[in-house]
Ligand binder design. Structure first.
Ligand code: ADP
Length: 428
């Protein structure tokens, strides 16, 4: 049995009409006429329904007309689909309204940029932070309105893995942080946040550490001077004095190193965002440094391998301190050969130090660059380190847009590398 309203039912009905009309025509010797009239009738019937569907589709908001058979079924199905579509659309519109309302009320600036770089939407905070007014600026190029060189190169770099910080933006020295997310067909959502307070706090912390370290240096120099004088005096040569004096000397030297590293770290952090423009010949820096270390550690083997172009754009004292921290660590935490390698490739150049020491368990690796983080506290302190070496290396790398790479295997050794990208290559 064909289902009512199905196309089979419609076809069978059509056949039945044609057969009946042909038979009726046959009764009057006019079978062909009956057949033709039946076909014309069916054609008119379908054309009328098609016209009905088309007229209704032109005014889809009206209720569907009532059709017979498959036409009624078809009209009902289209009507149902239309209703579902309208419901989904209104759900989507209210979700969008909700999203826009929440973005509009955010303290952070939010801007939607279309795939041609034009502003499609912006909230009120975008006006306060960047002077972008919506809807007045709709369709304007974002880069024409935000004229900060750092933002322009960030936007054009297409690399949005890390947010961008721009400090001292305006006369009131505001600092902003930008984050960009791609969505849809090349559209972008730009978030901008006022981080002036955070930047000021960070600056205060840096200044405080720098100032305290600086202030402590003078009293420490005086104390050291007296300890040295007392050590040289004949009266204090007896063992009960010489031992404590020796310890005082050691601790004073430790404190001196600590203050030196703290001051250096605060200086690197302060100037981290400044452009490093010197041409540094890594080859001669490393040859000289390895020569000095071989003299300081005569019992150790330090191999040096230099491959490819050796010039990069950077800051020589900062690079020296980072390289020497990594080589000295390799010497401190291993007792076999240490290999120092410079390899310059087409896009990436890498400085690395490989040792065959005790290695570091994976769980410690992400925390190694924290200030004063030590894997084995007693061993590291005995080795004379300040606990600031890798923090210094990390900041030097960041200041050169380079990456600190740490690979290590317990019991087999470690490889510490600083990876520089092509922008730092020293070729004109
Ligand atoms: P420290 O002055 O203690 O050496 P660093 O910041 O230079 O401070 O290093 C942090 C910690 O990382 C060290 O205390 C040590 O535990 C570990 N470390 C650094 N380099 C190596 C290495 N080559 N092999 C094993 N452990 C290392």
């Amino acid at each position: 049995m064909a289902r009512q309203g199905s196309w089979r039912g419609e076809l069978l009905g059509g056949f039945a009409v044609v057969a009946i009309c042909t038979l009726l025509g046959g009764l009057f010797q006019q079978a062909v006429l009956g057949f033709a009239l039946a076909n014309v009738g069916i054609l008119l019937y379908w054309s009328w329904h098609l016209r009905m569907v088309q007229r209704w589709l032109d005014r889809p908001l009206e209720d569907p007309p009532t059709g017979r058979g498959v036409w009624g079924h078809l009209l009902d199905s289209i009507f149902r689909l239309q209703r579902q579509n309208r419901e989904a659309q209104s759900r989507l519109e209210s979700a969008l309204d909700y999203l826009q309302d929440s973005l509009a009320s955010m303290r952070d600036g939010g801007i939607i940029v279309n795939n041609r770089g034009g502003i499609a939407w912006a909230n009120a905070s975008a006006d306060y932070l960047l002077g972008i007014r919506f809807p007045e600026d709709r369709g304007q190029s974002l880069l024409n309105l935000v004229r900060m060189p750092e933002f322009q190169s960030y936007y054009e770099s297409e690399d949005f893995t890390h947010p961008l910080r721009v400090t001292n933006v305006s006369e009131d020295e505001r600092s902003l942080q930008f984050e960009i997310t791609r969505f849809g067909a090349g559209d972008r959502l730009v978030f901008v946040r006022d981080i002036t307070d955070t930047v000021r706090l960070e600056q205060m912390r840096r200044d405080f550490v720098g100032d305290v370290s600086h202030e402590l240096r003078t009293p420490l120099t005086v104390l050291k001077g007296y300890i040295d004088t007392l050590t040289d005096l004949e009266v204090f040569s007896a063992r009960q004095y010489s031992k404590p004096l020796e310890q005082m000397q050691q601790q004073a030297a430790r404190m001196e190193n600590l203050l030196r590293d703290l001051l250096w770290l605060s200086k690197i952090e302060t100037f981290e965002s400044h452009r490093k423009t010197e041409r540094v010949n890594i080859g001669s820096v490393l040859s000289e440094m390895v020569g000095e270390l071989r003299a300081a550690y005569p019992e150790r083997t330090v191999a040096l391998k230099i491959e490819g172009d050796t010039t990069i754009i950077g800051d020589e004292p900062e690079l020296r301190s980072a390289f020497s921290n990594l080589i000295v660590n390799a010497l401190k935490y291993s007792d076999k050969e240490v290999a120092v390698v410079w390899h310059a490739g087409a896009d990436v150049s890498e400085f690395s130090v490989v040792d065959q020491g005790s290695g570091i368990a994976a769980k410690h690796i992400p925390r190694l660059t924290e200030r004063f983080y030590r894997v084995d506290k007693s061993r590291s302190q005995n080795s004379g380190g300040t606990g600031l070496g890798l923090a210094i290396v990390k900041h030097v790398a960041a200041a050169h847009q380079a990456e600190l790479v740490i690979e290590s295997e317990l019991g087999r050794g470690s490889r510490f590398g600083i990876r520089f990208y092509s922008a730092r290559k020293g070729r004109p």
